[in-house]
Design a protein around this ligand. Structure first.
Ligand SMILES: [Mg+2]
Ligand SMILES: [Zn+2]
Length: 183
C-alpha cells in the first residue's frame, strides 16, 4: 500500500486555458515539472485526476485528451518527472449521449480517487489532493485525503470562498517543497 498525491491538471500542472486540448496551447505552471519530480523522489504515487467535461460537451474527444496526456508525459520525462496514472472524467450533466449519464467521477465527487486507490493499492488517509478549485478540496475531503489548494489557476479567486480547513500554497512547487520536507 502506497501513499499518493492526487493532482488536478488544469490550473495546477498547466496554465488554465478554457477547454484545453491542443498541444500547442499547453504550458506548464512554472515549477510544476520540478514539483512532480520531487514527489516522485519522495516516493509518492502521482495520479492526475482531471474533469474533462469538454469531451461530454463535444468540444474535443477522448483521443484528444489521451494525446495531450501522452505529450505531457513526454515533456515531464525531460525533467526526470513522471505521472504514474492519468484519470479523467469525460462526463457532464449537459453532455451528449452517454456522456450525460450521472457519474460518480466528476469532482467534487471522489470517484476517480477511490478508483485509483482500488486499482493501485493507495492509502487514501495518508494521501494528498492538490488542486486550484473548491471541487478539488471537496473531492479530497470526500475521499478522506488531505486537501491542498494552490493559488495558480482559479485558486487565488476560490481561496476566500472555501469553507473549513485546508492548506494553501502559491503553486504546486511550494506545495511539493512543503510535502517533501526540504528543497
Ligand atoms: Mg483545475
Ligand atoms: Zn464522470
Amino acid at each position: 500500500m502506497r501513499r499518493a498525491v492526487f493532482l488536478d491538471r488544469d490550473g495546477t500542472i498547466n496554465q488554465e486555458k478554457e477547454y484545453l486540448y491542443r498541444i500547442e496551447e499547453f504550458e506548464f505552471v512554472p515549477g510544476a515539472p520540478e514539483a512532480i519530480r520531487m514527489l516522485n523522489q519522495a516516493g509518492f504515487f502521482v495520479v492526475v485526476v482531471t474533469n474533462q467535461s469538454g469531451v461530454g460537451r463535444g468540444y474535443y474527444t477522448e483521443d484528444d485528451v489521451e494525446t495531450l496526456h501522452h505529450h505531457i508525459s513526454q515533456e515531464l520525462e525531460q525533467y526526470g518527472a513522471r505521472v504514474d496514472a492519468w484519470m479523467y472524467c469525460p462526463h457532464h450533466p449537459a453532455g451528449k449521449g452517454s456522456y450525460s449519464l450521472p457519474c460518480t467521477c466528476r469532482k467534487p465527487q471522489p470517484g476517480m480517487l477511490l478508483e485509483a486507490a482500488r486499482r493501485f493499492g493507495l492509502l487514501l488517509e495518508q494521501s494528498v489532493m492538490i488542486g486550484d478549485k473548491s471541487a478539488d478540496i471537496s473531492a479530497a475531503r470526500a475521499a478522506g485525503c488531505r486537501p491542498i489548494l494552490v493559488r495558480s489557476g482559479y485558486g487565488a479567486a476560490e481561496e476566500s470562498c472555501i469553507q473549513g480547513n485546508f492548506e494553501v500554497y502559491d503553486d504546486l512547487l511550494c506545495a511539493a517543497i512543503s510535502l517533501c520536507g526540504s528543497e
